[in-house]
Design a protein around this ligand. Structure first.
Ligand code: ADP
Ligand code: MG
Length: 246
């Protein structure tokens, strides 16, 4: 479904993505991990063209999304993107947040959009909050609404960039459970996350990034039990024992 071919990206002189060539199959759940600054957000942002690339190709369903002349809005509306900040529209209710894009971009009637949105809110456990304002919700609830809002566009692909990093710890689980539910349903997902328990349980494959390269891609079993690259071993040991002796 996603094919990256020798993708390179620079920010000015800084080489942020170095020859990335990876594929993600339809229905696959890929967790991208790696140290801060390794290029995880950059990578995921190139997948819906929030960031340009300087060389290489990114094909989604066979279409080169960075080719000149590609209709950005058309394909971007087919990719759900959930990031750290929930970014709900504060002047719209929960239901309004979930119906606006399907009405404006997909031409659904209000009744159709509301029916679809209520089903999705029910799925993320928030049907009772349909008429609440975003400011009345906890961070975990807001993030679940953000996921429902993305799903309302019926995207075949969902991208997540550290969706739980801004949450208080007790709310992380409720968001991860919604993501697991999506994965179980067969959604194709690329998730940047530090939640290694999620990676272990839900990912089909884990990508490990360092300094703009994908150094390792493996099943969670291989990744956690038999990491190949020395940088991967270092990373896993760093996150496992933050208080180890220097
Ligand atoms: N808009 C930008 N302009 C310049 N440098 C950037 C920009 N965004 C990210 N970078 C740099 O690119 C590198 C990778 O960043 P990022 O993809 O955000 O890493 P990660 O998500 O893994 O923490 C970092 O060194 C970061 O400082
Ligand atoms: Mg990041």
């Amino acid at each position: 479904m996603i094919e990256l071919q020798n993708v390179n990206k620079w920010y000015g002189a800084y080489h942020a993505l170095v020859d990335v060539s990876e594929t993600v199959r339809a229905g696959e759940v890929v967790v991208v991990c790696g140290p801060s600054g390794s290029g995880k957000s950059t990578l995921i942002r190139t997948l819906n063209r929030l960031e340009p690339i300087q060389s290489g190709h990114i094909l989604i369903d066979g279409k080169d999304i960075h080719a000149p002349g590609t209709d950005v809005n058309a394909f971007r509306s087919r990719i759900g993107f959930v990031f750290q900040q929930f970014n709900l529209f504060p002047h719209l209710t929960v239901l309004g947040n979930c119906t606006m894009a399907p009405m404006q971009l997909r031409g659904l009637s209000r009744a159709q959009a509301e029916e679809r949105a209520l089903a999705l809110l029910d799925r993320v456990g928030l049907a009772a909050k349909a008429h609440a304002w975003p400011s009345e919700l906890s961070g975990g609830q807001q993030q679940r609404v953000a996921i429902a809002r993305a799903l309302a566009m019926q995207p075949p692909l969902m991208l997540f960039d550290e969706p739980t990093s801004a949450l208080d710890p007790e709310m992380v689980g409720e968001v991860l459970l919604v993501m697991r539910d999506l994965a179980d349903d067969g959604m194709t997902m690329v998730c940047v996350t530090h939640e290694m328990g999620f990676a272990r349980e839900v990912a089909d494959r884990v990508f490990f990034m360092d300094q703009g390269r994908v150094l390792e891609r493996a099943t969670p079993e291989e990744f956690f039990n038999h990491p190949q690259h020395p940088r991967t071993r270092q990373f896993l040991s760093d996150i496992r024992s933050p208080f180890r002796e220097a």
